[in-house]
Design a protein. Structure first.
Length: 184
């Protein structure tokens, strides 16, 4: 189950990283060199969200951390679906949250894997979980590329992402999650 949650969760952020230049130019009419400068800020967000979500996970545990990451995705998707994002601060906000979500997922997945499957099974199970990262990178970018090449409006791309975020939040909140060390 967490393979699917991780794959779907990180797929959005990876797709947004790939779409940063496209969205900045086509939807915000920003010059490419300005977007390139902003990308340094977005990469910084990706890096800073890693220890931030490590801290959040240590304090608030699995459910809260995964729901918070999904909520960040929900906010970004909602901005593109329900608003007409044409101000540069919305571009910066949505990209910081998107790039940051990738950092958040990458920091949580090893800990979640260890907590769910146990320290002794980590080596056997983390490779499967990390495979989700590769699957997400391929599927997410194919999904967005096909829709963009078909001249689909950007807001339409975010409808399934919004639905997946809501479904993830609902699923995780009702899941009974027992850490491995409590099972033994």
């Amino acid at each position: 189950m967490f393979f699917i949650i991780f794959t779907l969760g990180i797929m959005f952020g990876l797709s947004m990283i790939g779409l940063t230049l496209y969205i900045g130019i086509d939807y915000y009419q920003m010059p490419a060199d300005t977007i390139a400068i902003y990308m340094s800020l977005f990469a910084l967000a990706n890096g800073l969200f890693r220890p931030l979500f490590g801290y959040i996970y240590d304090r608030m545990h699995l459910k809260f951390s995964v729901i918070l990451l999904s909520f960040m995705t929900l906010v970004v998707a909602s901005i593109y679906i329900f608003f007409n994002p044409n101000q540069s601060w919305l571009f910066i906000l949505t990209m910081i949250l998107s790039w940051g979500s990738v950092g958040g997922w990458l920091s949580l997945m090893p800990t979640i894997t260890k907590d769910i499957f146990g320290k002794n099974n980590f080596n056997r199970t983390y490779g499967h979980m990390y495979l989700g990262y590769g699957v997400a990178a391929v599927i997410g970018n194919l999904y967005t590329s096909i829709l963009i090449d078909s001249s689909i409006n950007l807001s339409v791309i975010f409808v399934p992402i919004l639905c997946i975020s809501l479904l993830t939040m609902a699923t995780v909140s009702i899941m009974k999650i027992e850490p491995y060390h409590k099972l033994t």
